[in-house]
Design a protein around this ligand. Structure first.
Ligand code: GTP
Ligand code: SPV
Ligand code: MN
Length: 588
């Protein structure tokens, strides 16, 4: 297709003048184009073709050892003022950032090809969908974007002559960690990323656009861009499906929950995946909040994914998938710890070095944040509604994270505003999904700390405001699959058994079960969590998971006070909610 959009042409010309590629390729999204790129990647060594019999259409890629996760300390929100970026973001004046990055981009594509990649976030034709264009010198990025977005001519058609599209510029440059920048310019709908070749830093449609830029648009336009999975639960007897979204920080279980298989006792239910990472939501005239998954594929954590823990994810990756930073076996298969198959005697690890059984550690074969990029349409439990342009109506919103002790297995907020407080005060232990220390508890409001594209105080206010626009508000819950016993073992079996908690949540949505009122919210009676088939798991165990410990919560409240003290623009309602929590504990 010949692109006639003058805004696109002007911008591409300008960026080409800056980066000076030898060639410019306008991508159309065809299969021929895909195969050509794959062949070029194999020839250049960027990717390895995997065993065609075991993994048809699959490829393997390693990123540089210093480039294996999102880099939050190199990620910037360049809004007009520092205050607009708020306390959770790195900020730089836009003019200063452009001035800093321009010399880095200058001529950085010499000897390379610039790909012009148009894409849609959201189903084609949905009122919630948005168009972006990414310019990149990486074929690997192109092939990933092909999976996680709807790309090619379809996007030019959706854009037409419009000026409104998100402009992403990515260059690998020298993968120099010292000069790595992931810069967002919300006022210009622009993202500039340089010196990385890893996932969330370079697949600009995903965290950069669909969360950081989109959150700014959402605030202006009364919708929500959230770091949430979307799942549907069908009650087979009635044929009715109810939808739940869940915000958990990176590597805290979104993909797993989105695809869970209910335990054997729950034959009357089916679970469907709508999305595993991002939800764009807006109130509809029927009073409900509707959600779409803006993505077209999953960029999921590989380690721990097995036929036991997440068969749907594993089955999705059996063809047309790109594996990044996992281990490569001698017969061109992939391997990671927790895949459910024994490690072969010899492999090549994620660093490209020989790995020998009995000599090398299994957990070093694949990187902890190694991933698969895989088409959502291949997921065995993909929802029949996943591409519905209107989206799906949401009955419940979950917040959750990794908390060793404080948070019970599940509790329900008293109402929307209290739920916003629960989300705003969420904390979780850090994971390998972002560069830095792992296992440190940090506040991660709505699992959006690294992704809110503006002042987080205003973001809380936006959540409160959205509550006034949604007539039939989803109920808001907090869940914690990661509580530890005194020996440091997970107290809850998790994975498919999380359905037991979802079932209680659905019953709360349908007014089918009572709950115990506690200072933190409504907590299940132990008898109301179905434990059928959970051998060895006792009522005492579930009671331990549901306990609200006054001393532990006193510490938590101190933590929340410290967290709130960092905000200059905290809505008063958040302070009122904190006071109310304190007085509920005082009244015990
Ligand atoms: P991102 O893709 O980074 O946003 O992560 P995610 O939120 O999709 O997390 P994912 O489902 O990939 O899970 C991350 C890690 O948590 C994996 O190692 C899982 O095996 C583990 N995990 C997921 N669900 C559970 C659970 O219910 N219990 C326990 N103990 N571990 C879980
Ligand atoms: C996350 O870290 O939340 C991811 C991976 O989903 S990335 O796309 O790299 O952000
Ligand atoms: Mn995920």
């Amino acid at each position: 297709m010949i692109v006639t959009n003058k805004y696109v042409k002007e911008w591409v010309d300008k960026m080409a003048l800056l980066t000076k590629p030898d060639h410019i390729v306008w991508l159309d999204g065809s299969l021929e184009e895909k195969h050509k790129l794959e062949e070029e990647c194999v020839t250049s060594g960027e990717m390895t073709k995997l065993n065609e019999e075991l993994l048809p259409g699959c490829f393997y890629h390693r990123t540089a050892a210093n480039d294996v996760a999102r880099v939050e300390d190199r990620t910037f929100i360049c809004s007009r003022t520092k205050e607009e970026a708020g306390p959770t973001n790195n900020w730089m004046d836009p003019a200063e950032m452009y001035a800093k990055l321009t010399p880095l981009f200058d001529g950085c594509m010499k000897g390379r090809t610039m790909y012009v990649l148009p894409y849609i976030m959201g189903p084609a034709g949905s009122p919630l969908s948005k168009v972006g264009v990414e310019l990149t010198d990486s074929r690997y990025v192109v092939l990933n974007m092909r999976i996680v977005t709807r790309m090619g001519d379809i996007a030019w058609k959706q854009l037409g002559d419009d000026a409104e599209f998100v402009k992403g510029l990515h260059a690998k440059a020298n993968i120099d960690a010292e000069n790595r920048y992931i810069a967002h310019f919300p006022q210009d709908y622009t993202i500039w990323s340089i010196n990385s070749g890893y996932g969330g830093n370079v697949i600009l449609a995903k965290k950069c656009f669909a969360l950081r830029i989109a959150s700014v648009l959402a605030k202006e336009q009364d919708w929500m861009a959230e770091h949430m999975l979307i799942l549907g639960i069908e009650t087979v007897a009635t044929g009715k499906t109810q939808y739940i979204t869940g915000a958990f920080p990176s590597a805290c279980g979104k993909t797993n929950l989105a695809m869970l298989i209910p335990p054997a006792y729950a034959k009357g239910y089916k679970v469907y995946t709508v999305g595993d990472d991002i939800a764009w939501m807006r109130p509809f005239p029927d009073g409900h909040l509707y959600a779409i998954n803006p993505e077209n594929g999953f960029f999921g954590v590989a380690p721990g994914t097995s036929m036991e823990s997440n068969p749907n994810a594993l089955l999705t990756t059996k063809s047309n998938t790109i594996f990044t930073n996992v281990a490569l076996t001698d017969d061109k298969n992939v391997w990671w710890k927790g895949m459910g198959v024994p490690a072969p005697d010899h492999m090549i690890d994620w660093l490209g070095k020989d790995w020998n059984k009995g000599v090398d550690d299994e957990k070093n074969a694949a990187h902890a944040n190694s991933r698969f990029t895989t088409p959502a349409s291949q997921c065995p439990c993909i929802s029949p509604e996943w591409e519905d342009p209107q989206g799906v109506p949401i009955s419940a919103i979950l917040f959750g994270g990794r908390r060793a002790k404080t948070a019970p297995l599940v509790y329900q907020s008293f109402d929307w505003n209290h739920g916003v407080f629960v989300g705003a005060t969420m904390a979780s232990e850090t994971t390998a999904a972002a560069a830095g220390q792992v296992g440190v508890v940090r506040r991660d409001p709505m699992a959006m700390k690294p992704f809110i594209g503006y002042n987080a105080g205003d973001y809380f206010a936006h959540w409160l405001h959205m509550g006034t626009l949604i007539e039939k508000k989803p109920l808001i819950f907090n869940v914690n699959w990661f509580k530890l016993d005194e020996n440091g073992k997970f107290m809850w079996p998790g994975y498919g058994d999380n359905f037991r908690v979802l079932e209680w949540i659905l019953k709360r949505c349908n007014n089918e079960v009572d709950a115990r009122t506690t200072p933190v919210g409504y907590v299940p009676y132990a008898k109301d969590i179905d434990l059928t088939g959970l051998d060895g798991f006792t009522t005492a165990d579930i009671e331990n998971l549901l306990v609200i410990d006054k001393d532990v919560w006193a510490e938590e409240i101190a933590g929340i006070e410290k967290h709130f003290a960092e905000f200059k623009k905290l809505p008063e309602e958040m302070g009122r909610q904190l006071d109310a929590l304190k007085s509920r504990f005082a009244a015990l």
